[in-house]
Design a protein around this ligand. Structure first.
Ligand code: LLP
Length: 386
């Protein structure tokens, strides 16, 4: 890997997100195989990574997509994902977006609320409606990415879903569940599904979207065990005619690395700081959720020291890791941040007038392909009017 990363830095410069096609294919295959014996439509959550070249790889494996709006739909169109495999999500859908999705023949929508149904979906159209129910189940994950408790902004109560079913049962095709992200235990998924099945049975709802949230190993946690997940969910899922899921992190995270350069190594009275080109502008997860990402210095000749790896931006929340043991690098050394393929580039921003990294794909045969150019400073203000 070391030579590969050095080679990429030589050719494309840094910072750069690097994705390995073989890892991506392996992860996607795992997801696809879980319920392969059922009528199963796996979809990829575009919010986790919207690079059309990567989406295209998944499209070729048969994946559909979960999108939030026009931007993510465009990424899917560029990737060649057919609209009849696309699911439209969101808790703030507008009338104009609805028209746009209908015009573009998007097949499925997850209706987030009772109010959304009444505002947008009472009349006939060709989109299949799934009601997003909130099962009030604790996914035991970070509070910002937990979505299935009553207090969260997502979904409708079972009572509200039932009210809609009583009046509009012929308009409603299925239920949708998404209780959170980075969930590593099977039980919350099982409980949420079984609770929802009770209502599905009563109204003869035969389609279900079980959402995403399949957790990975960043540090000491265990990855969600897909064999156990299958075993626990299968008896209930067998009662449905169509099963959809929406997976982001599990597919993308381990396939992606942020490769960036050390710009300064500084010692204060209490700490050693390794300053890199990238901070919360290129990978916001540590700053936003206190998330852990393993970091490696490519040149391991320096002594191991406890350091903070920080970005160059103007606030103390701008860090990639705190108090980690690292071979002390020198200015100009390369470091890689691991498990950065999901919610890495897709959440990158231009804070402090910085530009976004390039993205490079390492293909199965080892060859390299630039799949997004590094943003140029001149592009930053192209939409401003002075
Ligand atoms: N379906 C819905 C409706 C979602 O809201 C999400 C993620 C997914 C599927 C995909 O979840 P996944 O399989 O990736 O866990 N930015 C956060 C994660 C936010 C997740 C948002 N929704 C992070 O970096 O951890």
């Amino acid at each position: 890997m070391k030579e590969k990363f050095e080679n990429i830095a030589d050719i494309y410069g840094t910072p750069v997100y690097v994705y390995f096609e073989d890892i991506l294919l392996k992860r996607a295959k795992k997801v696809k195989e879980v319920f392969e014996d059922l009528n199963f439509l796996p979809t990829v959550a575009v919010k986790a990574n919207n690079n059309p070249a990567l989406l295209k790889i998944l499209e070729e494996m048969g994946f559909g997509a979960d999108i939030l709006g026009e931007g993510e739909l465009l990424a899917c169109t560029l990737a060649g994902i057919s609209p009849d495999k696309i699911v439209w999500n969101g808790n703030g859908k507008t009338f104009e977006q609805k028209e746009y999705m209908i015009k573009n023949k998007v097949k499925y929508v997850n209706v987030d609320s009772f109010e959304e149904f009444n505002y947008l979906w009472k009349e006939e159209n060709n989109i299949e409606l799934f009601l997003r129910v909130n099962p009030d189940i604790d996914a035991k994950t970070h509070p910002y990415i937990s979505t299935g408790l009553k207090k969260h902004k997502f979904g409708m109560s079972f009572t509200q879903a039932e009210d809609l079913l009583k009046k509009y049962s012929e308009r409603i095709s299925g239920f949708h569940l998404h209780i959170g992200s980075q969930i590593t235990e099977v039980l919350p998924f099982k409980e949420a599904l079984e609770k929802t099945y009770e209502l599905a049975k009563k109204y003869n709802i035969r389609k279900i979207n079980i959402g995403g949230g399949w957790g990975i190993k960043y540090k000491s946690e265990n990855e969600l065990d897909l064999n156990i997940l299958r075993k626990e969910l299968l008896p209930t899922l067998k009662n449905f005619d169509l099963i959809i899921n929406e997976i982001g992190r599990f597919i993308f995270a381990p396939a992606g690395f942020l490769l960036t350069k050390v710009v300064m190594v500084k010692k204060t009275e209490t700490k050693t700081f390794v300053v890199t080109e990238s901070g919360m502008n290129h990978l916001i997860r540590p700053a936003l959720y206190g998330a852990y990402h393993e970091i490696e210095v490519l040149d391991k000749s320096g002594p191991v020291e406890k350091v903070d790896v920080v970005g160059p931006l103007c606030e103390s929340g701008d860090f990639l890791a705190k108090d980690i043991e690292l071979n002390l690098p020198k200015i100009g050394d390369l470091i890689v941040v691991k498990n950065a393929g999901a919610y890495g580039f897709s959440m990158a921003n231009n804070y402090n007038g910085t530009t976004q990294p390039a993205e490079v794909l390492v293909k199965k045969d080892g060859s390299l392909k630039l799949i997004r150019k590094k943003q140029k400073v001149e592009e930053l203000f192209s939409s401003c009017i002075i």
